[in-house]
Design a protein around this ligand. Structure first.
Ligand SMILES: [Ca+2]
Length: 243
């Protein structure tokens, strides 16, 4: 058997270190708390477990692809383009969950690669809708909508909707931005109590515009979401971020 020359071992070591650096590069692996109510939270299984309100004429839907990823190779991809036919346009992902306990935290990452705010009501938000078992005061659901960026005021006024600002600033561009909210605290401050029961919860992550008639210039937004979490545990990345 021929002896492997020293340079051969050096080459092998360099290749292995390079592969290791690639495999373990920041953001590749992302461990979310195991009690996550959201399935396929890092989008590595494509669109599985995610949906959107398909019957709503305001909703465009979502893609999952490899254009950007916070972890792994895939993320939800929301390429919003102006549509003059629609007064309200939403790109986003949704899951319906039926937890035993009302989740304490909602968290994740967004990334904005393009943001042309040709209407004041272009914004990012995450929403929790509580569907009631029995309608209350004429409402079959009530919600808290968390504004993640792009708008400094409440974009709509509806009986069953309350808003909480995570940020009033335009979204940060071309980097992954962590967000986290205390859901129980938000429902307590906005509705007076943590929901004691529910039929189901809908959890949304969106980019949208409302009131297109106020358009002043080009409207465009390319947005990604990845590594999303809803549950009782504050993920490590969310410490210091949670509102
Ligand atoms: Ca991912």
């Amino acid at each position: 058997m021929r002896k492997v020359p020293a340079w051969g071992w050096l080459l092998l070591a360099a290749v292995l270190i390079g592969a290791g650096a690639w495999y373990f590069r920041p953001g590749r692996g992302m461990t979310l708390p195991p009690d996550n109510l959201l399935q396929n939270a890092g989008f590595e299984s494509g669109t599985r477990s995610w949906t959107y309100p398909t019957k709503s004429s305001s909703w465009a839907g979502f893609k999952v692809d490899r254009s950007e990823a916070h972890s792994g190779r895939k993320a939800a991809h929301l390429p919003l383009e102006d549509d003059p036919q629609r007064r309200t346009l939403v790109w986003g992902v949704m899951q319906e969950v039926r937890p035993q306990q009302f989740p304490q935290y909602l968290a994740g990452f967004y990334r904005v690669n393009d943001w042309e705010q040709g209407t004041p009501t272009l914004y990012l938000q995450t929403v929790v809708i509580v569907w009631l078992k029995h309608p209350l005061a004429g409402m079959n659901n009530f919600q808290v909508r968390f504004l993640l960026g792009g708008i400094s005021y409440r974009p709509t006024r509806m009986e069953n909707v309350r808003y909480v600002h995570f940020s009033k600033e335009p979204p940060v561009e071309r980097q992954w931005v962590p967000f986290a909210v205390d859901l129980q605290e938000a429902f307590k401050s906005q509705w007076g109590y943590v929901p004691p029961e529910w039929d189901r919860l809908n959890i949304f992550f969106e980019v949208r515009y409302d009131d297109r008639e106020k358009v002043t210039g080009p409207i465009r937004a390319e947005v990604f979401y990845d590594d999303l979490y809803a549950g009782q545990t504050l993920p490590d990345f969310a410490k210091g971020v949670v509102k």
